[in-house]
Design a protein. Structure first.
Length: 385
């Protein structure tokens, strides 16, 4: 009989759920708004779309394994050498490659609770030992992370801004942190959402650093609007980038992803629009939540985290929003059971979401205070992280 390794046997399998159209049919809803996966409400970069259309006829050809043009362009854009960049099938895949390249089975991956699920899944899948420390005030506790490292710690994962809290750590905090991390530990600095806070004076732009043990990851899934194409990159010292390049699949990112990302990279007009729409939506949400008395975390991201009284409240909140056609994210699986994450939307979707929440929240609060909550039937729908 085939023996399935213990760490694979114990992985939580992917749960396929109801599709949005199925949900609409079942609940008789005319409108469904999904603000649950931190996607770009403006769609893909139009320049990327045009480039992809043009590139379609070459789809029978294998891609250049080094993603030559894209790598060159990224290096130029961010002031790096091409040998300091490797492109892959999204940040999620790149994180896996970093773990494969710089740690062995049984080594420890040190991070925080309440951060991007991809690091937990990859660590468990590869049989590394996950050490996830509590958040401090819903943000990474860099001091605790430094103190908790052992000789088994080979990787530290940080997300800045963090998902799902939207919090950031500052340049001063990051400098302090890097000066204390041993040089045999690879630090992954995940900057999936950096474009949403690049104007914050205290935000540390990871690509401006040159540490021998720092790998910065970025994605085209968020601000560039290309989540469905699956493309991201890692930047770091040549020695580490060369090792990551050895373990990645040769023909990733795929042809259309490379072409789309190349065009999106310098679509500054689209990036500006993304920032403006995000800022407007987040401000509207903040005002709305303040009006309703819902506590939330200050965000530097394209999403905002609501803190509800407890897990049951958050679960009911999620289900009742769903009943009215609004899909948000209950972030229990990230380690924040009382949290609901909602991402920024177009003006219309933001308005719709606030309308739904204005209907749901006060009533639910009232029911909870009286202790007579009517439970909705649980309903899983497909959500990416
Ligand atoms: C912090 C963070 N990193 C990485 C990703 C995934 O990026 P990609 O789509 O490039 O795999 C996400 C997705 O939600 C994220 O929140």
């Amino acid at each position: 009989m085939i023996k399935i390794p213990h760490h694979i046997e114990n992985l939580w399998p992917y749960k396929a759920g109801k599709s949005i159209s199925e949900l609409a049919r079942e609940k008789g809803l005319k409108r469904i708004v999904k603000l649950a996966s931190n996607e770009n409400p403006n769609g893909p970069s139009p320049r990327a779309l045009a480039a992809i259309r043009q590139a379609l006829p070459q789809s029978h050809l294998y891609v250049d394994p080094g993603a030559f043009e894209l790598t060159q362009a990224i290096a130029k854009e961010f002031g790096k050498r091409p040998s300091q960049i490797v492109c892959g099938h999204g940040t999620d895949a790149i994180i896996e490659y970093i773990l494969v390249a710089f740690s062995d089975a049984g080594d420890e991956v040190l991070t925080s609770q309440g951060t991007f699920i991809g690091i937990y899944v990859n660590t468990n899948k590869l049989g590394r030992r996950l050490v996830a420390l509590p958040l401090k005030n819903y943000a990474f506790d860099l001091e605790a992370i430094v103190k908790s490292g052992t000789e088994k710690t080979k990787i530290i994962y940080l997300a800045n801004p963090n998902n799902p809290t939207g919090s950031i750590f500052t340049r001063t905090q990051f400098d302090w942190f890097m000066s204390r991390v041993p040089d045999y530990v690879t630090v992954i600095l995940d900057e999936a959402y950096c474009q949403y806070c690049e104007n914050e004076p205290e935000y540390p732009n990871g690509l401006e650093y040159e540490y021998d043990n720092l790998v910065v990851t970025r994605t085209f899934s968020k601000a560039y609007g290309l989540g469905g194409l699956r493309v991201g990159f890692a930047a770091g010292p040549e020695r580490l980038i060369s090792a990551i390049s050895k373990v990645k699949l040769p023909f990733e990112p795929n042809h259309l992803a490379q072409v789309g990302a190349l065009a999106a990279l310098t679509d500054y007009e689209f990036l500006k629009l993304t920032q403006i729409v995000n800022e407007r939506s987040i401000r509207q949400f903040e005002e709305g939540f303040d009006r309703l008395g819902i506590s939330h975390i200050k965000t530097y991201c394209n999403s905002i985290l609501l803190l509800l009284p407890n897990e049951q409240f958050a679960e009911q909140f999620f289900l009742r929003c769903l009943d009215r056609g609004l899909i948000v994210r209950h972030v229990k699986s990230f380690g924040i059971p009382e949290g609901i994450r909602i991402n920024s939307g177009s003006d219309e979707d933001t308005e719709f979401a606030l309308e739904v929440i204005t209907n749901v929240y006060p009533k639910l609060k009232e029911e909870f205070s009286q202790g007579n909550v009517i439970k909705n039937e649980a309903c899983i729908i497909h959500q990416s992280e």
